[in-house]
Design a protein around this ligand. Structure first.
Ligand code: FE2
Ligand code: FE2
Length: 364
């Protein structure tokens, strides 16, 4: 069993504090939610080797609670790994083949939801129009004016799936790019990783926000409570990032991500101020208002513009990646707002563990 370390509440209290080794621990396998996540859990609980064929999904292959969790766990093998799961599973051929089957279902679903255009000109202009014309459900606007403290905590729990690994999925694209778009992505990522200063890594600033809202800062802690529609937003970036064939979609995803960030980030910061959260809890959002005003220009002009200059034929896929991002974010926001309108939590009922013991060997 090995040595175990007891976990206590986060020590993050103010800007400048950095997460501890405990915060960087691996996620543990959450309870399964259906046949596909059950198949993943039972497979990963065994020593690496052969695995059974992946079962048919009984829910939406992209947004469903079961299917999205299954893919999220398979992708997590490429990030920090999962506590108690042998790292050799990451490149086990049969598991990769099974993941490819799950990804095929996801891509069919995405193409169905957001058809890709055959030809696209003026991609940067179309990306800007996509952002400007977005008639999303307005989750950040609702939060700015109306959300309760508990609802803001819910939003922050949802977003922990993305923000505690923020920028990592996009980093997969770096070695796949060359020249101007590579330099542009490096410039964006430099900011995401705190310009080399540990306390300013955006993932760390988000952990501080969680701590000051009385939430748990550990990576993957809220996984059991996150619905498929939340995990799907992360899976989308992992899907595009891990496949070189989807590099233009990744670039479009990142560009739209940066170009649509400033107003929502300002709204979330305003929401926390309205609710009298500690100033340092707002810092993560305030930083993005400034940083993403820069990132959106670099992403549009040099990342997208640079890739188009090198590969004009990539234009339709760049736009598609952006459109899929916007669609998945609308699905997420609609889910949250619908649950709240019905007087319910937008999280799954599964309770996060109050106390978690982590094998020392799982620490990274
Ligand atoms: Fe960021
Ligand atoms: Fe950014």
């Amino acid at each position: 069993m090995g040595n175990r370390v007891s976990v206590s509440l986060s020590s993050l209290q103010s800007y400048g504090d950095v997460p501890s080794v405990i915060d960087h621990c691996r996620a543990t396998l959450p309870p399964a939610r259906g046949p596909v996540s059950e198949w993943v859990s039972s497979t990963l609980s065994r020593p690496p080797g052969r695995c059974f064929a992946v079962p048919e999904a009984e829910d939406d292959p992209f947004l469903g609670d079961d299917s999205a969790l299954a893919l999220y766990l398979l992708y997590e093998l490429h990030y920090r790994g999962i506590a108690g799961v042998d790292d050799e599973w990451e490149w086990a051929p049969q598991l990769l083949a099974a993941r490819a089957e799950i990804e095929r279902r996801v891509l069919d679903r995405l193409r169905d939801a957001v058809p890709q255009q055959d030809e696209v000109d003026d991609v940067v202009g179309k990306l800007q129009a996509l952002i400007d014309d977005d008639q999303g459900p307005g989750l950040s606007r609702f939060c700015e004016h109306d959300a309760t403290w508990e609802q803001m905590r819910e939003v922050c729990m949802h977003r922990s799936a993305w923000q505690l690994k923020e920028a990592d999925p996009h980093t997969w694209a770096l070695p796949r790019l060359g020249g101007r778009p590579k330099a542009a992505l490096a410039e964006i990522q430099r900011g995401e990783y705190g310009n080399g200063v540990e306390r300013d890594v955006h993932q760390h600033l988000y952990a501080l926000t969680l701590a000051l809202m009385g939430l748990d800062t550990r990576y993957g802690f809220y996984l059991p409570q996150l619905p498929g529609v939340t995990l799907a937003t992360v899976n989308l970036a992992s899907l595009f990032g891990l496949h070189r064939s989807w590099l233009p979609a990744m670039v479009g995803h990142l560009a739209a991500f940066e170009m649509s960030s400033v107003a929502p980030m300002a709204a979330y910061s305003a929401a926390l101020r309205r609710l009298e959260a500690p100033q340092d809890a707002c810092h993560f959002f305030d930083v993005h208002v400034v940083a993403d005003a820069h990132h959106e220009r670099v992403a549009a002009e040099d990342l997208v513009g640079g890739l188009i200059g090198q590969q004009p034929a990539s234009a339709p896929m760049i736009l598609w990646g952006a459109e899929v991002l916007m669609w998945s974010e609308r699905e997420f926001a609609t889910h949250v707002l619908t649950a709240w309108r019905d007087g319910q939590s937008s999280l799954l009922r599964a309770a996060a563990p109050e106390h978690m013991e982590i094998p020392e060997a799982a620490l990274v």
